[in-house]
Write a protein that binds this ligand. Structure first.
Ligand SMILES: Cc1cc2nc3c(=O)[nH]c(=O)nc-3n(C[C@H](O)[C@H](O)[C@H](O)COP(=O)(O)O)c2cc1C
Ligand code: SF4
Length: 455
């Protein structure tokens, strides 16, 4: 399988300028700077590269939306990596910080930006330190700053550490946070391309998207577009976690069968266990089942199947895990992270957690399941940003796909409560139908902390 981002990832010393340059680093930047901004933009558009942060918007097109003219323009790299199960940006920044810096300078050239920022989650202190060290080297070598490589291009680059909130990964919440305010999403339009950071034209891209830019320049847009499938070109880092034998980041060509990623690369759930469901794109993506494992892993195939590629984080849940535990874990995370600005999200996430608790302690009736399903429907599409949907989509999909199990759980927990004669017995139905307190489902990658799904 062709590797671009991870081709040299385990090369000792790749984080240093000397080794990065020895492996051909900063050659794509030299090539880009010998071309006009429009020509670089045309390469990005020809590549078909879609954003790797979640929404999958075409990167070249987004860069082309920035107005022309001499005003300050901004490039912001989204390094918040807050979607549970996602840990690919961390590895990129930790092992290949110059790839990100190079990608940013090329992207800034294409978009005409003169100021740039990396907004990195607070928990990534090590990665932020590594980036800072790489930035010092890049500045000294003339790749960042004034008159870059004697071409007259100026680009300032600041690394800004966030304080740790899921909502600061949402692009407009991120901009508010970067401006020193509380990270609350803004109403769109205006979109950041017109009115973003400090009201100026702003291009925001994910770490992986920007790290891919040097490969596009090296290969040429058309050549890059030959990798992957028509609507999902190139390669993608997939963070695989949960019940698999070899969790980790894997670079795949888009369109690779999902089964190959889960079983051949990540080792599958192990002897005697099977896949009960999987989140294909982080915890906010609707769950798919084992029957969907033959789907090609690309934007359109997953969306046609009713889910999404999202941040490219596959979380595997095995057959021994009660779906109720998975749902509670997901709902609690989004309740905790809701900024509270809009009612459907603020109240809906809270109600959902409460109803799931009612099921757990044996106080729910099958009617609660109907109410819970309808709460999810009322959240979707009715919020300022998609954090509300990010809970409603997976929970809604669990109710549809595992309704029987929820119903059996409601029954079993009620019976257990009646026989105990007290509320609050911690019962959970396992997939086999036994009642037990169950294990905590694994919904995180290799990260911990509240922002990654802890509650
Ligand atoms: C609640 C929420 C959280 C998000 N978190 C992240 C994140 O941690 N990292 C990221 O790159 N994009 C995140 N996004 C997507 C960004 O809003 C934005 O689409 C992305 O940074 C654009 O970059 P891309 O086009 O390169 O994907 C999030 C979106 C939402 C709604
Ligand atoms: S959907 Fe939730 S997180 Fe997003 S703005 Fe509304 S309340 Fe805040």
């Amino acid at each position: 399988m062709e590797k671009l981002l991870f081709a040299d990832i385990d090369e000792p010393g790749l984080g240093t300028l000397a080794v990065y340059e020895r492996r051909g680093g900063y050659e794509p930047l030299r090539k880009a700077l010998s071309m006009s901004s429009d020509a670089v933009l045309a390469e990005l558009e020809a590549s078909g590269l879609r954003g790797r942060g979640g929404a999958g918007f075409a990167m070249g097109k987004k860069a082309s939306f920035l107005p022309k003219g001499g005003m300050d323009k901004y490039l912001v790299c989204n390094a918040d990596e807050s979607e549970p199960g996602t840990f690919k940006d961390r590895e990129l920044m930790q092992k290949s910080p110059h790839m990100l810096i190079e990608g940013m300078v090329i992207a800034a050239h294409a978009a005409g930006a003169n100021r740039s920022f990396v907004y990195i989650r607070g928990e990534y202190a090590l990665q932020a330190d590594i980036l800072e060290a790489a930035l010092v080297e890049a500045r000294e070598a003339g790749y960042v700053g004034e008159d870059i490589l004697g071409t007259g291009m100026t680009l300032t680059l600041v690394i800004h550490r966030g304080a740790g909130a899921y909502i600061c990964g949402e692009e407009t919440g991120l901009l508010d946070s970067l401006e020193g305010k509380r990270g609350n999403p803004r109403l769109k339009p205006p979109f950041p391309a017109n009115q973003g950071l400090y009201q100026g034209p702003t291009l925001i891209n994910n770490v992986e998207t920007l790290c891919t830019v040097p490969s596009v320049m090296r290969m040429g847009g058309e050549q890059y577009a030959k990798l992957g499938v028509e609507t999902s070109t190139g390669t993608k880092l997939v963070s695989v976690s949960g019940h698999v034998l070899s969790p980790g980041n894997y670079e795949i060509e888009l369109g690779t069968p999902s089964r190959e990623i889960v079983y051949d690369l990540a080792g599958g759930p192990g002897e005697g266990r099977s896949v009960k469901c999987w989140f294909p794109g982080g915890s906010s993506s609707p769950v798919l089942t084992a029957e969907d494992l033959d789907l090609p892993y690309d934007f359109n195939s997953l969306s046609k199947a009713g889910s999404m590629l999202g941040s490219g984080a596959i979380i595997v849940v095995d057959d021994r895990t009660p779906i109720l535990d998975v749902a509670r874990k997901v709902a609690k995370f989004y309740r905790h992270e809701s900024c509270g600005k809009c009612t459907p999200c603020r109240e809906g996430t809270n109600w959902t957690v409460k109803m799931l608790e009612r099921i757990r302690v044996g106080e729910a009736t099958p009617m609660d399941l109907e109410i819970m399903a309808s709460v999810q429907e009322h959240i979707i599409g009715n919020c300022l940003c998609v954090l509300g949907d990010a809970m409603a989509m997976p929970i809604g999909s669990m109710i549809v796909k595992f309704r029987d199990e929820f119903e059996r759980h409601i029954e079993a927990a009620r019976r257990s409560r009646d026989s105990d004669g007290a509320a609050g017995s911690d019962t959970a139905l396992t997939a086999q139908g036994a009642t037990s307190s169950g294990r905590e489902p694994v919904l995180v990658g290799t990260q911990g902390g509240a922002a990654q799904g802890g509650d």
